[in-house]
Design a protein around this ligand. Structure first.
Ligand code: FES
Length: 131
């Protein structure tokens, strides 16, 4: 187990400023089971924010059109099914079906121009043999 492993998922410049992109990753849980872990990553100027891509009220992905995560003003995340909107900085639903509930935040960092996921154990396509 590598609790402090860092996984690069894309280049910082692969997500344009003020846009969001989804990633369908797999994680290994504490029991060693693999499970899907869809996430959304938002780039906002020099910052990146991320949440599990699952609405807190009925567990569907937010982007009913692939990678369409933002509301028409481009300032909140939006559920494509219901139009509920979520604050970018907190993940809190401020309008719609799940008002008051929050998206699950994920830990991200930027290293050498790469957006990286930290704090989880991902299933990697090319797992190192020394693990
Ligand atoms: S699935 Fe929860 S607001 Fe749409």
């Amino acid at each position: 187990m590598q609790p402090d492993a860092i996984y690069a998922i894309c280049g910082f410049d692969d997500i344009p400023n003020r846009r969001a992109r989804g990633f369908d990753l797999m994680v290994v849980d504490d029991e060693g089971n693999q499970r899907p872990w869809p996430i959304v990553v938002i780039r906002w100027s020099k910052k990146v924010l991320g949440y599990v891509n699952k609405c807190p009220h009925n567990s569907v992905k937010l982007d009913w059109e692939r990678n369409e995560f933002l509301d028409p003003y481009g300032v909140r995340l939006m559920c494509g099914k219901h139009g509920s909107t979520f604050e970018l900085s907190t993940g809190r639903c401020v309008e719609g079906q799940c008002k008051g509930r929050v998206l699950t935040p994920i830990a991200l960092t930027v290293l050498d121009g790469e957006i990286c996921v930290v704090g989880v154990r991902l299933v990697e396509d090319d797992a190192p043999s020394d693990a």
